[in-house]
Ligand binder design. Sequence first.
Ligand SMILES: NC(=O)c1ccc[n+]([C@@H]2O[C@H](COP(=O)([O-])OP(=O)(O)OC[C@H]3O[C@@H](n4cnc5c(N)ncnc54)[C@H](O)[C@@H]3O)[C@@H](O)[C@H]2O)c1
Length: 238
Amino acid sequence: MRGLNGMVVAVTGSAGGIGEAVCARLIDEGATVYALDRSTSPLGESTIVDITDPEAMGQVVADIVDREGGVDGLVAAAGVVEDDIAAEEMTLDQWDRTLGVNLRGLFITNQAFGRRMLGQGAGTIVNISSMSGNHVVNVPQKQCAYNASKAAVTALTKSLASEWADRGVRVNAVSPGYVATPLLARKAHQFQQWLDATPQHRMAEPSEIAAAVAFLLSNESGYFCGSELVADGGYSLR
Ligand SMILES: NC(=O)c1ccc[n+]([C@@H]2O[C@H](COP(=O)([O-])OP(=O)(O)OC[C@H]3O[C@@H](n4cnc5c(N)ncnc54)[C@H](O)[C@@H]3O)[C@@H](O)[C@H]2O)c1
């Protein structure tokens, strides 16, 4: 498959389960991939960066443009989830930590790459949101900050899509259900409950999320604008 041949794409969260699968898929489709994470990424051109640092993110965009002459795509997959914390006991530091990465950091990333894409008059952005927050709230785990952050990511995706559509920049989201990645490693005791509640009775493979991302990056999805592809094995149908 060479559907993304010649595209220059940055992927945040590229050292994580979904991000690594996205990098693999994009490389397989012929894209040049810049892998952005606070840890070293196994695939693509790895850069260590914290997405909550606007200056650092601006510098990353400038460096990619210096090397490539522009940037065609962004996949914003970096994210965190808090451990189970009852809402009434959550400290504002804990709240800020989750919202700071999942929402503020994702906005910083979209803004830094979006500015460049608007200047070019072309570009496509795919944000990794979640079924959580928009279609369901996660149960039994207590993670109100995560759920709220993901509802906001979907709303932000739609807002940016509507603001930037007539200047050549498309913004869409993929909202996964449960995917077996390090993000969920501390929640293994809850897996069976989630599988029972999922009509397909399995978690997603990271490659299945990457396939949806590749579609939204490609010209095949040219009329998708502010859309959210939910890939959850039917979990949110209940
Ligand atoms: N795994 C799931 O079931 C699931 C379900 C729905 C949505 N998601 C979303 O998918 C995305 C990827 O999740 P994953 O399962 O691959 O998680 P993961 O924990 O495997 O990977 C997340 C990556 O983000 C990076 N990261 C975190 N904070 C960062 C920061 N400030 N700067 C730079 N990098 C940072 C981490 O280093 C890590 O490599 C997240 O946004 C997550 O919310 C995951």
